[in-house]
Ligand binder design. Structure first.
Ligand SMILES: Nc1ncnc2c1ncn2[C@@H]1O[C@H](COP(=O)(O)OP(=O)(O)OP(=O)(O)O)[C@@H](O)[C@H]1O
Length: 252
């Protein structure tokens, strides 16, 4: 059984069919990338996976359970965490405070006034661990709003990781970043995938990130699956080159 099974999902906005009959399976431990030109339906597809949109047709099975009608918060509770194109952090809080919020939510402590010493120690330990995984040591007491895009993104990804997800959905993690930050973010994702054995679905425009990281790639054009395969298969796919990669080379 795959961790995620998407069966023929479609999304209609009035007359417009933004996503049409898309199916894909993601195995446990896989890093699956979704690419496609502007307007191909990537974000709409992501919104269906995370529960922000209900598919017009089709269904989604996550970890053995049909989650097509589940609201986003129920999916999160069942192990699906998502980051956004625009970083979703509390800019006026420090890195440590941001991560602490996510850890406390996960530990069910957020609304508790009294905590045992042991609970407090467990929270601190997990926060420290996430600061280290995110390579944020030395920056943990800085306000997130003052940090680089890369460190903000890393904080956001660590907040998602605090939820101990089975599946992490990353929406354009390198959006708006320069070369060095893009490289650092790709390294972070690779570490999460390899050492934390996380299953990840990634939407990204930056082809260097995609081809370096992905185990498999789904290419969308005009809302439909054009091709699916390993990075080598996609790089060699004639229809992908014509419809998408070729278009980029022409524009380059
Ligand atoms: N809420 C909405 N209402 C109506 N149309 C929408 C809505 N969201 C997206 N669309 C349309 O659906 C199509 C797919 O858009 P979507 O944002 O999913 O593409 P995308 O591949 O993520 O594009 P980009 O790479 O530019 O982010 C587009 O034609 C878009 O205008």
């Amino acid at each position: 059984m795959s961790l995620l099974e998407v069966h023929n999902v479609s999304q209609h906005f009035g007359e417009l069919v933004a996503v049409k009959n898309v199916s894909l399976n993601v195995e446990e431990g896989e890093l699956h990338a979704i690419i496609g030109p502007n307007g191909a339906g990537k974000t709409t597809f992501f919104n269906m996976l995370s529960g922000f949109y209900q598919p017009t047709h089709g269904h989604i099975v996550f970890d053995g359970i049909d989650c097509t009608a589940m609201p986003p918060q129920t999916r999160v509770a069942r192990g699906m965490a998502r980051t956004f194109q625009i970083t979703e952090v509390f800019r006026e809080l420090t890195v440590r405070e941001n991560i602490r919020v996510a850890v406390e939510v996960t530990q069910g402590l957020r609304l508790k006034v009294f905590r045992s010493r042991q609970q407090a120690a467990e929270t601190d330990e997990r926060v420290d661990e996430l600061i280290e995984i995110g390579k944020l040591t030395g920056k943990e007491n800085r306000y997130v709003g003052e940090l680089s895009h890369g460190d903000q993104r890393s904080t956001e990804i660590m907040m998602a990781l605090a939820l101990k997800p089975k599946l992490l959905l990353l929406d354009e993690p390198a959006a708006g970043m320069g070369n060095q930050e893009t490289y650092d973010t790709a390294l972070l994702i690779r570490r999460l995938h390899r050492s934390q054995k996380l299953t990840i679905i990634l939407v990204e425009h930056d082809m260097r990130v995609i081809f370096n990281l992905a185990d498999r790639i789904t290419v969308l054009t005009e809302g439909e699956v054009l091709d699916q395969g390993t990075p080598d298969e996609i790089a060699a796919s004639e229809k992908v080159q014509v419809a998408y990669l070729g278009e980029q080379h022409e524009g380059a």
